[in-house]
Design a binder for this molecule. Structure first.
Ligand code: ADP
Ligand code: MG
Length: 460
């Protein structure tokens, strides 16, 4: 095997960054060229998860870069410590990979077909290190870490639910990775609910149920993403019920994600609802402003891209839906900067986010309704609410306006602050906290706020 000289390696990495920026990650710095041998360039990865991911998701760009850097018709092979020493990797990556250098056991017939292997490739991005925990996901995060540290004993099953883009898949994959990095022999089956159902019906059809049972009932851990798709599917629910029981009885860990809590999944059998509640049910919610900032910073860092703080803050104040959209905004920004050959700064961010603040949807509470209710109740003028005045008789209703606007409209903290006297997002956040804190100790006050809240909602 001949060594790759460092200039060639540098050229390869530069080529990737220049021509395939979106796939590049900070952890690529951990990659090392092993050498070239009869047309193959071997690249060593730090973990099996990285190896499997690169082999499945990034092979073409790496081949292109390798050919560019060496001027030879080489193909890239990713190897990890354990595959190099001829020890076969098992678990998620191994069990599902259909291509590449290291399929440890041949895929049984029933795994081929409709089965979508791509869904199961773990992304090294989705690790605990890259997950930002905040008030919106603290319990789910802590439980996921506990399960990864002590599978089968900490919480079984672990059931994580919440809206789209809030980190459910990320947490599921982080659990798998942490376990696999500590113990590459651990047998994890990580599938989407769709894959589970498709394989089930395929095995029923072809009379291969024993293989299905072998596959699903003899793993150390079963991880199913988006289990809410079982809604309404009677036969799949029945099969899953038996799978669950079998694993549970043998203290095998089960981890599930869903877009709704167990009792809110439509037409889910009572016995499954009850089982899902046996372990820990944890919700992930929308990230608050500070968490959004931290997520944006993490996503920029993952891509080794510097984004100024003011740009991060602007995005965080405008995109307040979920982490997926935050990540989308960062990748968009990076792509725009590259395409137009511009620095990543406020001008570009403003252009990308659009000048207009997000308007509230129809039949949603308007700021006017909030102002009408509050000015009436406290007998103050809008003009005062929008002024810099800081007398208690003004600050109190102003804080309540901000609280109501936050709870009932889609305006960002920055927009709300701007409307009520050009205040910044931290002031709005402070106001919301003040109202919440006082509501907890002062029942009369809490009732007033509640009454106003109901009053404006009734007008919709
Ligand atoms: P879900 O499965 O809940 O729809 P995902 O786990 O796919 O959401 O998350 C969508 C994107 O947002 C992913 O790229 C993920 O890494 C990112 N993400 C979500 N929550 C967080 C978080 N708390 N910290 C960092 N990234 C997050
Ligand atoms: Mg998901």
């Amino acid at each position: 095997m001949t060594r790759l000289d460092s200039a060639q390696w540098q050229r390869l990495m530069d080529y990737l960054r220049e021509n395939h920026g979106p796939i590049c990650r900070q952890w690529f710095e951990e990659l090392e060229p092993v050498g070239m041998d009869s047309g193959w360039l071997e690249i060593q990865t730090a973990t099996n998860v990285q190896q499997n991911y690169l082999q499945n998701k990034c092979l073409d760009p790496f081949n292109e870069a390798a050919q560019h850097a060496t001027g030879a018709l080489v193909g890239v092979k990713f190897v990890s410590e354990s595959t190099r020493s001829a020890k076969q990797p098992v678990g998620v990556g191994a069990a599902t990979s259909t291509s590449g250098t290291s399929v440890p056991r041949p895929l049984p017939d029933y795994m081929v077909g409709d089965y979508d292997a791509d869904q199961m490739v773990l992304s090294p991005d989705y690790s605990f290190d890259n997950f930002i925990s905040g008030p919106n996901n603290r319990l789910a995060y802590a439980a996921a870490v506990a399960v990864a540290d002590q599978p089968g004993t900490a919480y079984n099953p672990l059931f994580i639910h919440g809206g789209v883009g809030l980190g459910k898949t990320h947490l599921l994959q982080a659990i798998c990775q942490k376990i696999l990095n500590a113990n590459p022999d651990y047998q994890i089956l990580y599938v989407s609910c769709d894959a589970f159902m498709n394989q089930f019906f395929e095995c029923v059809r072809s009379g291969k149920m024993s293989e299905f049972h072998q596959r699903y009932r003899h793993v150390d851990m079963l991880v199913i993403d988006d289990i809410h798709f079982l809604a309404d599917k009677e036969r799949s629910q029945e099969e899953f019920f038996h799978t669950f029981n079998e694993l549970y009885q043998h203290n095998k860990q089960i981890v599930l994600s869903s877009d709704a809590a167990p009792n809110e999944i439509p037409k889910l059998e009572e016995r499954l609802i009850s089982r899902f509640n046996w372990g820990l049910v944890a919700q992930v919610g929308k990230p608050c402003f500070e968490t959004r900032i931290a997520i944006l910073k993490a996503k920029a860092q993952l891509r080794s891209v510097e984004v100024p703080d003011e740009v991060i803050e602007l995005i965080a104040s405008r995109v307040d839906t979920n982490a997926r959209e935050l990540e989308g905004a960062i990748t968009n920004l990076i792509a725009h900067a590259k395409l137009q050959n511009l620095p990543i700064g406020m001008d570009l961010a403003r252009e990308m986010l659009g000048a207009e603040p997000v308007a509230p949807r129809n039949n949603q509470v308007t700021l006017q309704a909030i102002i009408d209710a509050v000015t009436n109740f406290y007998n103050v003028k809008l003009q005062d609410l929008q002024s810099r005045r800081r007398h208690k008789s003004i600050t109190e209703p102003r804080q309540i306006c901000m609280w109501l606007a936050r709870k009932n409209t889609r305006f960002s903290l920055e927009e709300i602050g701007g409307y009520f006297g050009g205040r910044d997002h931290t002031t709005v956040m402070h106001s919301i906290k003040t109202v919440d804190a006082r509501s907890e100790t002062d029942a009369t006050y809490a009732a007033q706020v509640q009454q106003l809240n109901e009053q404006i909602q009734q007008q919709v």
